[in-house]
Design a protein around this ligand. Structure first.
Ligand code: ATP
Length: 473
């Protein structure tokens, strides 16, 4: 068992008293705080259930510790929202085709619960997002193509401004009725956004009375609309999506139902060091796949042919294996691999034991024995987090391992196992297999989810208001 199983204190999140009309996303029922808990982590997952903890424990009369938590949109009442101008930073960075059609509306749908909650409580929503990586005003990165879908999902006609600051926008804001939405133009049309320039943040903030950050995908960036505005708007609170991401990526991972397995794949061990180290503190089983396994094999003295290897990370691989042993974490490397004669979709391929990779061949997927071993290990778990594909899943003949993991996690989800897909390519894989809707949580932010899993603090979350929460220990 991992050493972090011992926790200093524990929390029970009791069912919400449902103070408000709209419902908040599903939350883990019990969260436990690990010994070395970051203040932020505490704030984050407690924020989601603040009302629950306080009301639930108050009934039992056992309040003993007052902790600081981030304030959530669900803490704002009708009286605090009705007629108020609310600046909502969402992540509406959806992919568009060459005809400006939305090819995946996941991010728009994910932003809807917070906006609906606000408009149903009579707020005037001033909605802000970036799209793409524009250099100055770039028409192809306008947010205009999002308006019809947003209006459809919200059931109201969304207005759109041609800018995100300035007198024209101010005029539109002042004409907003209660319960309406004004979509601002791409906030990254201004270079001041990413530079987090205070004057620009002040201009954005001047449009509103209070602030809601629901843009999890950019919460790891200190930009004007994610961090700067909080200096000028009170209260500044977390939206439902941000809250849910934190509940799972911080809450459920810090205090998992055990056994807890982490599956880490992807191309390089160097880009996942922080995640692996952090998960080694928490998990019971660690399954490794993807390109990074060859660095582990080589560190153990095996031949890896022409597989991807990071020569300068051999010592690191050895130390991670030693750390797993020391922590009592069962670290499983694939025992067989699918090797190819070249890096191509039509490469010749064969299955070989991990200890017998021929010269000139490269490993591009995990083999059938490994899939079986991984499935058997996963069968024993109660919580699983997955980040990074098991192979080069973009090529169909090397997608088997990744798809097998996706299918297994879907099956486990149906049996009540908490399954968390931590962003990036694993989300694409789960979507490709068509099982995204059955997972407990699919993160909407690759970079932000990695940083959270590494135990880092996110500036867009740190900047939000604290709320006092009573916690029983
Ligand atoms: P993202 O960076 O988008 O968040 P991720 O964290 O899920 O993605 P990455 O580290 O970027 O994962 O790795 C994904 C890439 O790893 C995929 O493009 C996949 O083709 C590649 N990959 C997986 N297995 C191998 C392998 N055996 N050899 C080379 N590349 C591999």
């Amino acid at each position: 068992m991992a050493s972090a199983t011992s926790a200093a204190s524990s929390l029970s999140l009791l069912p919400s008293s449902r103070r408000h009309a709209s419902s908040s996303p599903r939350l883990p029922l019990s969260l436990r705080l690990p010994r070395t808990h970051l203040v932020q982590s505490l704030s984050l997952h407690v924020a989601a259930g603040a009302a629950r903890i306080v009301s639930g424990r108050a009934q039992r009369g056992s309040l003993r510790v007052v902790a600081m938590a981030k304030k959530s949109v669900s803490d704002l009442t009708l009286a605090e929202l009705e007629g108020k101008r609310v600046f909502v930073r969402a992540d509406l960075n959806v992919p568009l085709d060459e005809n400006q059609n939305i090819t995946d509306d996941t991010r728009i749908r994910a932003a809807v619960p917070t906006i609906k909650y606000l408009i149903s409580n009579g707020a005037k929503v001033i909605l802000s997002s970036h799209l793409g990586r524009p250099k100055g005003v770039t028409p192809k990165f306008s947010l205009s193509p999002l308006v019809p879908r947003l209006s459809e999902l919200l059931g109201i006609k969304v207005e759109k401004a041609d800018d995100c600051v300035g007198p024209e926008v101010e005029k539109l804001v002042s004409a907003l009725p209660n319960g309406s939405v004004l979509l601002l133009e791409n906030v990254r049309f201004y270079k001041e956004e990413e530079k987090n320039e205070p004057e620009f943040a002040k201009k954005l903030a001047s449009l509103a009375d209070l602030y809601v950050n629901d843009a999890f995908g950019t919460a790891h960036r200190a930009h004007a609309s994610t961090e700067g505005v909080t200096k000028f708007l009170k209260p500044s609170v977390a939206g439902f999506l941000l809250q849910k991401e934190l509940d799972y990526l911080v809450g459920a991972v810090s205090s998992p139902k055990r056994p807890f397995a982490a599956i880490v794949g992807g191309s390089k061990v160097s880009s996942k060091i922080g995640v692996i180290e952090s998960l080694l503190e928490k998990c019971d089983i660690l399954l490794l796949g993807g390109g990074m396994i060859f660095t582990f094999y080589k560190a153990q003295g095996l031949s890896v042919g022409s597989s991807l290897v990071e020569e300068d990370k051999l010592d690191l691989a050895t130390s991670l294996m030693a750390k797993a042993k020391e922590k009592g974490v069962s670290l499983l490397l694939p025992t067989d691999v699918v090797v190819a004669d070249k890096f191509a979709a039509d490469a010749e391929s064969k299955i070989v034991p991990a200890s017998a990779i021929p010269d000139g061949w490269m490993g591009l997927d995990i083999g059938p024995d490994s899939i079986k071993t991984f499935n058997d290990a996963l069968e024993t778990t109660k919580t699983v987090i997955w980040n990074g594909p098991m192979g080069v899943f973009e090529f169909d003949q090397f997608a088997t391992g990744t798809e097998a993991v996706a299918k297994k996690l879907a099956e486990l989800s149906g049996k009540g196992v908490t399954t968390i897909i931590g962003g990036g390519d694993s989300v694409a894989a789960v979507e490709k297999v068509g099982v995204a809707n059955v997972m407990s949580h699919i993160s909407t932010g690759g970079g932000a989810s990695l940083e959270l899993l590494e135990g880092k603090e996110l500036p867009g979350v740190n900047a939000l208001d604290e709320a006092s929460v009573s916690v029983a220990v």
